[in-house]
Write a protein that binds this ligand. Structure first.
Ligand SMILES: Cc1cc2nc3c(=O)[nH]c(=O)nc-3n(C[C@H](O)[C@H](O)[C@H](O)COP(=O)(O)OP(=O)(O)OC[C@H]3O[C@@H](n4cnc5c(N)ncnc54)[C@H](O)[C@@H]3O)c2cc1C
Length: 381
């Protein structure tokens, strides 16, 4: 029988919910706190692969399945071999995080894990109520990673693109991959009136994950992505191949201010909290950082909506998305300009929200000034 009141309730035990719970568990400050995690799913399938880059060993180093120090950027105009060092590009499989975290969370006396579907969250002056088919639960500090696409689609102020993709893990007859080098973006593929590239994570000379990826507004029928992967395998001389696993995703790319839905007693986290980098769809590293920051924040009993911090990168992302939406067929050109005119380390720092103002200017100088000035003017008027 679950209690009805908790110190913290985490709605959604995916990446952000699990990482938040793990950080809370590791911090003795919270050892007397009772935490409820609610997820509708048992988290037993490998439903996604997370990649991110960092310089040092991170807190989830033991879960890193593959890592690389070299990358390739390709478009019709340029091909660049990029040395990522001192950065390492790392890959964690969803299932490996779930299988590591679930026993720790479920065996902890502090935590109750409830498999249930949340139908509604209701915040008032003192608490947030979480309604499920298995009961209603209350806490003065509720964290929700339940992403509600309705909120972002029913507004016109901020364009909403998606990073949408289908990925196949394949084993090929021929050795057609360089296991030392990822393909960060290969734009030398039919653009289909959008921004489209192939992303390749090689595991061995004949095994890799290939993702046909778009930055655009409209999703495609599954066959279109799969045909593109088939065509790409043919182009690189894969020979016969077996598809071992599939994954698919659609990650919102928008500068929509998700923080407006936070209250003193309800904080949105993960993609639902706007932790996805709007211009790229990368979320995982930001989620690691934000959950660590959140655990420190929670020690001060401050109203939850005060957790949000504006930074200049949100503004850059907004302008970039305005431009990418308006010139969606020119995404390959935009990224080619960025990679041609900047060293990879500056690009990685910029995409990681770590550059200083001088570096920001250098990145911005790579792009057609007129497009960005028009976007800026539209935002200001
Ligand atoms: C296939 C895929 C690959 C990705 N790859 C990368 C990558 O390489 N790098 C990167 O940085 N980001 C990547 N992302 C983006 C992002 O990192 C992930 O989506 C990440 O899982 C987001 O974490 P989250 O906690 O916001 O959402 P989720 O991990 O999706 O967690 C939300 C949880 O809420 C639960 N839930 C939803 N609705 C309800 C409900 N009504 N009641 C109860 N529970 C509910 C779900 O079951 C889920 O467990 C990828 C996303 C996808 C889909």
């Amino acid at each position: 029988m679950k209690r009805k009141n908790y110190d913290f309730i985490i709605c959604g035990g995916g990446a952000s919910g699990m990482l938040l719970a793990l950080h809370l568990l590791q911090d003795s400050f919270f050892e007397k706190h009772r935490i409820l995690i609610i997820d509708k799913d048992s988290k037993t399938t490998n439903d996604r692969t997370w990649c991110f880059w960092e310089k040092e060993a991170g807190p989830l180093e033991h879960l890193v399945r593959y890592s690389w120090h070299q990358a390739k950027f390709q478009s019709a105009e340029i091909q660049q071999n990029l040395n990522l060092k001192p950065y390492t590009y790392k890959m964690i499989r969803g299932i490996d995080l779930y299988q590591y975290a679930l026993p720790l969370l479920k065996d902890s006396k502090q935590i109750d894990w409830l498999e249930a579907t949340i139908s509604n969250l209701e915040s008032d002056m003192n608490q947030t109520l979480v309604h499920t088919e298995k009961g209603t639960f209350a806490s003065s500090r509720v964290f929700s990673s339940l992403y509600n696409p309705e909120r972002v689609v029913h507004q016109k102020k901020y364009p909403v693109l998606q990073q949408h993709f289908v990925g196949w893990i394949v084993e090929t007859e021929n050795n057609c991959f360089d296991p030392e080098q990822i393909t960060f973006m290969d734009f030398d593929v039919p653009q289909a009136n959008a921004t489209r590239f192939m992303y390749v994570l090689p595991f061995s000379p004949n095994k890799a994950l290939l993702e046909d990826t778009f930055f655009s507004a409209k999703l495609l029928p599954k066959e279109d992505y799969e045909d593109a992967i088939r065509a790409y395998l043919k182009k690189i001389g894969a020979g016969r191949y077996t598809c071992l696993e599939k994954e698919a995703g659609s990650i919102p790319m928008t500068a929509y201010p998700f923080q407006q839905h936070n209250t003193s007693h309800l904080l949105h986290i993960g993609t639902a909290g706007g932790w996805t980098k709007a211009s790229t769809g990368y979320t995982f590293q930001q989620t690691l950082r934000q959950t660590q920051r959140l655990v420190q924040f929670l020690k001060h009993n401050t109203p939850l909506h005060q957790f949000y911090k504006w930074d200049k990168f949100s503004f850059y992302d907004m302008l970039f998305l305005d431009v990418l939406e308006k010139h969606n067929t020119r995404g390959a050109d935009l990224f080619t300009m960025m990679f041609r005119n900047n060293p990879i380390h500056r690009i990685l720092r910029f995409l990681d929200n770590k550059t200083n103002f001088i570096e920001d200017l250098k990145i911005m100088r790579s792009f057609p000034l007129g497009w960005f000035l028009k976007a800026l003017w539209k935002r200001l008027t």
